[in-house]
Design a protein around this ligand. Structure first.
Ligand code: BT5
Length: 340
């Protein structure tokens, strides 16, 4: 599909650059002569040189000497169509990808592309978002290279009420990927937070287009702070936000983390679609939240309620028991945990 240029600057994909990157990678850090590359790939020297220049622009470290040849020193941690594609088999989630260097919001781009007929599973990534969005018109801080800012277009045949489960899909998959790869015990907070040590590590935003009460398409966006130092957050977030860098005290490569999250999402989404419900996903979400039994305050559009979280419904609604014993089903809101 044609991607409108107005959506932002993209990393271009090029088959020649893909082929040269693969050949240099296969050589495992040893020098490959220009002549051998030309012969094995059926390309001219100029084409090879151009491809190498593109790879360098993308962040590949390549030692080039026109007479001797090329050597791959290091691959970049940029989120490129090539690096995303190389991950484990994706049946739906991430089966196609559009990778921006800069865009306003991957969710906004996802909604436009979904409206233009984008295939289900389309992944939209950005190195930087200039207008990253949270819920209810809030903004999401998304500096260049600092995190994973991505969205996935989905077309589940589910009612609009299942939207909360799609948010859980993003949150549960991200939490499992982080736990498995880094052993960090991240937790989930209703409705869309990924937290650690009481600070926000990431968030999920689900945007929907609906037809009567069925989902026409959904865009599930995940924002995860990866390599932002504590001091790198704007003053308003310094006391409430965290990143994997701040937790692990080392930089974390984003590409393998993204691949893992996509694989986790893909498996769970396939399960959700084939079973026609989100019970398994909601059960997994419950396992990852310390909220059940806590006393919380939930505010939504000026209304504030306090009570004890007694559970989460199979569709993801929060069950809040008031001091008088009445249990309410809440579909949206911001939660402050008062007492565990
Ligand atoms: C969220 O909203 O937590 C949803 C965040 C989703 C971001 C992704 S990035 C890819 C995709 N494209 C988008 O445009 N969005 C999605 P909410 O629960 O409303 O939280 C928003 C609040 O979190 C803000 O008002 C800030 O207080 C705080 N915040 C903003 N940026 C943050 C950051 N990088 N880390 C931690 N907290 C942040």
């Amino acid at each position: 599909m044609r991607i409108p240029a107005s959506l932002g600057t993209r990393w271009r994909s090029s088959e020649t650059a893909d082929a040269v990157a693969a050949a240099l990678k296969t050589a495992g850090g040893s020098i490959v002569s220009g002549e051998r590359l030309c012969r094995s790939l059926g390309l001219t020297r100029t084409a090879i040189w151009k491809a190498v220049r593109q790879l360098v622009r993308e962040g590949y470290e390549i030692r080039a000497s026109r007479r001797v040849g090329y050597r791959l020193v290091a691959e970049p941690d940029s989120i490129l169509p090539r690096t995303v594609r190389e991950g484990p088999g994706k049946r739906i989630v991430g089966s196609t990808a559009v990778c921006f260097r800069k865009t306003s919001s991957t969710n906004a781009a996802g909604l436009i592309l979904a409206g233009m007929g984008a295939p289900e599973g389309l992944l939209i990534t950005a190195e930087e978002q200039t207008g990253g969005r949270g819920r209810m018109g809030r903004s999401w801080h998304s500096p260049a290279g600092g995190g994973l800012w991505f969205s996935v277009v989905l077309r589940p045949k589910l009612p609009v009420l299942a939207a909360q489960a799609l948010t859980f899909l993003g949150a549960v998959s991200t939490a499992h990927a982080i736990r498995t790869l880094y052993g960090v015990p991240v937790a989930l907070k209703w409705p869309n937070d990924i937290v650690h040590g009481g600070r926000k590590l990431g968030g999920v935003l689900t945007d929907l287009a609906a037809e009567s009460d069925l989902i026409r398409h959904a865009v599930v966006g995940v924002g995860l702070n990866v390599n932002i130092p504590r001091s790198g957050f704007p003053a308003g977030l310094r006391e409430t936000a965290t990143s994997l860098l701040a937790i692990l005290r080392r930089r974390v490569p984003r590409v393998p983390l993204l691949r893992r999250i996509l694989a986790e999402m893909d498996r769970r989404y396939a399960e959700m679609v084939s079973s026609g419900n989100s019970a398994a996903l909601v059960a997994e979400w419950r396992e990852l939240t310390p909220m059940i039994g806590s006393i919380v305050r939930v505010s939504h559009l000026g209304h504030v309620r306090e009570g004890t979280v007694s559970g989460v419904d199979p569709d993801g609604a929060l069950l809040l028991r008031s001091p008088s014993g009445v249990v309410d089903r809440l579909l949206a809101g911001d939660v402050t945990i008062m007492r565990r």
